[in-house]
Ligand binder design. Structure first.
Ligand SMILES: [Zn+2]
Length: 325
């Protein structure tokens, strides 16, 4: 299936009141597992690469091209998105590599400066067919400096979208980045007011800290793109840690890398079910339709039977046991 445009995924989802799962990639194993999880429930999905992730790899190009290749080979629609770019140069680099979607984050700047910089960036992107997400209200937790008490004002949000021309808006409604506990309290009434005030999809950042039932309620209240990073890192690292504890003599990174990757896929499938994305369905979906989602994801991750959609070559170093389903 060819790479999907972000607007083709988020537009119908917003109209139908479904969530769209947008998961942060760290390494190529994350990207493989996220797509496997999405294929298992036949839901569209977003692979996103943050500015910090590009910095970790030393450049955007290698990880972005890997994600584009994985997206192009997927059995479900996959968009590849640049997340939290404060650098206009990085946005231009992303467009040059072929990413059709970016988040330009000027939220730390004063309002007028945020509007000016975002409007300029959005014009540049629009000319090249690139979808733009921006942020208003400084969602907490980034670099540990912002408050989870930040809130986006609906009237200001409407004015911001009109003034900048952005395609989607990240809003502050109580979530916070990098939370290790899932007990964030969201202002669902504010989500509803923002949904009515703003004509573009709303984006929830810091979703890892939000309990399942509140994530589902946030989608029902009007959130569309649900960004998840920390939750996948938690399950990945726990599985790697468990594997290494059980197999202290192992040296081949494919052994524990497989354990981490195999833990991510079912968690992605589960979260896509929570936010209603799995209900989207994808024409010509893969095998195993009669199985429950987590079972399909487990199969897709290699715990039995071939992966739907052909898989992504995850069988070379199959790991058995010692990691969560
Ligand atoms: Zn974020």
């Amino acid at each position: 299936m060819p790479l999907a445009a972000m607007g083709e995924i988020t537009g119908p989802a917003r109209d139908a009141g479904r969530g769209v799962g947008a998961f942060n990639v760290i390494g190529v194993e994350h990207a493989e597992a996220i797509v496997t999880g999405a294929e298992a429930v036949r839901a569209p999905v977003v692979l996103q690469i943050s500015e910090n992730c590009a910095a970790y790899h030393g450049a955007l190009d290698p990880i972005a091209r890997a994600c584009l290749a994985i997206a192009a080979a997927a059995a479900v629609p996959v968009a590849v998105h640049l997340d939290h770019a404060s650098s206009a140069d990085l946005v231009r680099a992303a467009a040059g590599i072929g990413l059709g979607s970016v988040m330009f984050d000027a939220s730390a700047r004063p309002y007028a400066d945020n509007v000016r910089a975002t409007a300029e960036m959005t014009r540049w992107c629009r000319d090249r067919g690139v979808w733009v997400e921006a942020e208003l209200g400084e969602i907490g937790g980034k670099n540990g400096v912002h408050s989870p008490l930040a809130r986006t004002d609906p009237d200001e949000a409407a004015g911001y979208v009109a003034a900048t021309g952005v395609d989607a808006l990240a809003v502050a409604v109580g979530s916070s980045h990098a939370m290790l506990t899932r007990d964030a309290v969201l202002d669902l009434a504010l989500v509803g007011r923002l949904r009515r005030a703003v004509g573009v999809p709303l984006v929830l950042h810091g979703s890892s800290g939000v309990p399942d039932e509140v994530l589902a309620a946030a989608v029902r209240a009007g959130m569309t793109k649900i960004n998840v990073a920390t939750q996948l890192n938690k399950v990945y690292t726990a599985a790697v840690r468990d594997y290494l504890a059980a197999e202290p003599a192992v040296v081949d990174p494919r052994r524990y890398g497989s354990a981490g990757r195999d833990a991510i896929a079912p968690e992605v499938a589960r979260l896509l079910g929570v936010i209603g994305a799995a209900a989207a369905g994808v024409a010509g979906g893969g095998a195993g339709e009669s199985l429950p989602p987590v079972e399909r994801a487990a199969r897709a991750a290699g715990h039995g039977g071939p992966a739907p959609g052909g898989g992504r070559g995850q069988g070379a170093e199959r790991v058995r046991g010692h990691h969560p389903p």
